[in-house]
Design a binder for this molecule. Sequence first.
Ligand SMILES: CCCCCCCCCCCCCCCCCCCCCCCC(=O)SCCNC(=O)CCNC(=O)[C@H](O)C(C)(C)COP(=O)(O)OP(=O)(O)OC[C@H]1O[C@@H](n2cnc3c(N)ncnc32)[C@H](O)[C@@H]1OP(=O)(O)O
Ligand SMILES: Cc1cc2nc3c(=O)[nH]c(=O)nc-3n(C[C@H](O)[C@H](O)[C@H](O)COP(=O)(O)OP(=O)(O)OC[C@H]3O[C@@H](n4cnc5c(N)ncnc54)[C@H](O)[C@@H]3O)c2cc1C
Length: 706
Amino acid sequence: MASTQNLKEAAGNHSSWESLLPDFPKGPLCKYRKKASFNWKEMAVLIEGKDIIQFKNRIFSALESDPLFAHHPGEELSREKYQELTFLRCKRIFEYDFLTQQEIIENPLKIFHMVLCIGMYDWSPCIQYMLHCGSFGGTLLSTSERFADFVEQIYRMKVFGCFALTELSHGSNTKGIRTTATFDRNTQEFIINTPDFEAAKFWVGNMGKHATHAVVYAQLYTPDGQYQGLHSFLVQIRDTKTLLPIPGVMIGDVGRKIGQNGLDNGFAMFHNVRIPKENILNIAGDVTTEGKYSSSVKDVKERFSAALGSLSSGRIAITAVSMTNLKLALSIAIRFSAVRRQFGPTDDEEIPVLEYQTQQWRLLPYLAATYALDYFCKSLFENLAEFYLGLLTKQKSQRQADLGREIHALSAASKPLTSWTAQQAAQECREACGGHGYLDMNRLGEIRNDNDPNCTYEGDNNVLLQQTSNYLMSWMDCIRDKVPFESPFGTINVLQDYHHILGWKFKAISVEDCMDSSVPLAAYKWLVCYLLRESDLKLSKEKQSGRSDFEAKNNCQVYYCRSLAIAFIEQTVLQRYHDYTHDPNIPSTLQPVLKNLSALYGLWSLSKHLAVLYQGGYASGEQAGRFIQNAILELCYRLKDDAVALVDVFAPPDFILNSPIGKANGELYKNLWGEILQGSKTLNRPSWWAEFCINRPVTGRLKSKL
Ligand SMILES: CCCCCCCCCCCCCCCCCCCCCCCC(=O)SCCNC(=O)CCNC(=O)[C@H](O)C(C)(C)COP(=O)(O)OP(=O)(O)OC[C@H]1O[C@@H](n2cnc3c(N)ncnc32)[C@H](O)[C@@H]1OP(=O)(O)O
Ligand SMILES: Cc1cc2nc3c(=O)[nH]c(=O)nc-3n(C[C@H](O)[C@H](O)[C@H](O)COP(=O)(O)OP(=O)(O)OC[C@H]3O[C@@H](n4cnc5c(N)ncnc54)[C@H](O)[C@@H]3O)c2cc1C
């Protein structure tokens, strides 16, 4: 549903938008801006609302005016300097204190807008901040009152935190974690121990150089020798006055990474480190003074879910981080494509590369995906806020448990979908900008490399998709027995009509028929039901042929459960975006372009499943596939004149985007040339000039004499 406030503001008077969103400088992009079918400012107000636009402007201009955030063209920072700068910038975010508690309560979505604005500038300080306030602080905040005073220290940056789950030899398999926490009744302490280096905590963001405290996951043992499963503990790892390691803790940095090098990812080994009894995060279980394990959650599996529950918010955060990378990459590639000219119908008339069908087809579906995923992220964050409120208020209802399961299933698939889409888009945008896309200063390499770990951390994408398909498969008994069911956010309610939907067929009889997202949406509903049925059948067959549960599940992933999880999340994104774009309250000036985006996202995503649509009998004959392909091309064509304005809606200011070829004035060559000449060493003779001019090589001097 469209936000009523945003609808009112979009319908409001145009002059009030002007001060919020100043016009772009005149230049080569004006040609496309004039051709747009809608007013980009009206669209921005509809999508974000004035309050958020003002809030974002406040953050962007604070960063732009602050020398700590100044760009230094042509300068290459060492890793150590970059880590220092990242920390100083993170500290500055605390000094700005952009959000009051009251603002967070009134609109929790502002937290995410704030961090994403900072991430648009550079992901390193943003992720450092999120790990500290979100993964570390948020986990303690939602645990119990016991940590209230400590949480105060987190948000005042008196301590600095990290989240330590992964070990050198175990990441995805969290049950395989080998760090131990043994309760000592005599001293009322837990003893945290790393059995050997393969069980060292590894990859932990902030741990490498500066975190003072960690949420450490460990296997709990009570004094009776009983193993109580995976739990988390608050452990001090460095002295807050000296940043030297606490006795018994060996900590270090894992080294240079492919991206995000401002962040210090680290490792730690604990040699019988003692922590107070109160430092167990009593989310699902606790230990009494006598050393007895107590838990209100009787089921071991449920305790495990609760111990890992805080990962869902991280996965939703990463969904939003990836979607933001789409915005950055597309802003650059589309502005470039609208100005860059190559070839033309006549020798003396070259046309912008955006006019080429191939360029449109390579970029515009990602633009449509950005709009659909942006809307989805916000709706998912609202779902998370509802779940989080329940956690904070200690809800123990069945609904709260169901919310947790659904949030887990959604976040375990939304992270893969969005991070992979951004990964592919960043590469496509890089190539779409030709050689200039490969220049570091144009930022597409940085976006691609910084996005890359989104596919791995907070759970490897392929592993996470199994969680979503497990959740979907868990409804099969209800479906078979025709027992009514529903989920709190309604995302699985489509399965209520499973038997009926399986009889559906592709019905469109022309390309024009396919130009609305209702067509791909219907196909997706069938696809989800079909893949669910096939996955279930495959699992039964595997079991019947004598395979163990483990083997059977493993043999059902490729083409079955994995595809099911992907189809489900794409269908969910499309359903929400379709409903939004077809809301009768959307201004008529914006609805046509929004509907085109929705249709393009739906058809383009669906086109990757064409083989299955035919295989399962939903589509038959040549026409269905041809209609879908032609509709995609037609939508790309219809959207190409809107593309620049659509990017203007979400592109951050030039200072933040920091890409000469992506600047809002479209002066591609002037911007690029200017930036190159600003480099402090661009025109210098190399410092090693004498190696050529004086120390000439003696050809063959080192040739083997054998
Ligand atoms: C001013 C500012 C204030 C801000 C404060 C406000 C705070 C608001 C909170 C916002 C938080 C924002 C956080 C931002 C963070 C952004 C960080 C970005 C940078 C990234 C850093 C990276 C950090 C990391 O990588 S941490 C390490 C992550 N590691 C993993 O994710 C490991 C992946 N593996 C697993 O999770 C599991 O082992 C899994 C899921 C593969 C399961 O393995 P297994 O096969 O052993 O178990 P199952 O049998 O499948 O599961 C049993 C049972 O449990 C259920 N379950 C599992 N996980 C969850 C879960 N997370 N939630 C709920 N339920 C879960 C599972 O479904 C099963 O249930 P059944 O019903 O039995 O099927
Ligand atoms: C930049 C970065 C920052 C990180 N920050 C943190 C942090 O702050 N805190 C923290 O605790 N961790 C952190 N991590 C670790 C991260 O969470 C793990 O890397 C992630 O959970 C994946 O685990 P793994 O590396 O052990 O991969 P593995 O589990 O070893 O996976 C290797 C491959 O095997 C495949 N695979 C594994 N299991 C299965 C299966 N059952 N079925 C099919 N295929 C499978 C995977 O798909 C993958 O391709 C970070 C990682 C990175 C890269």
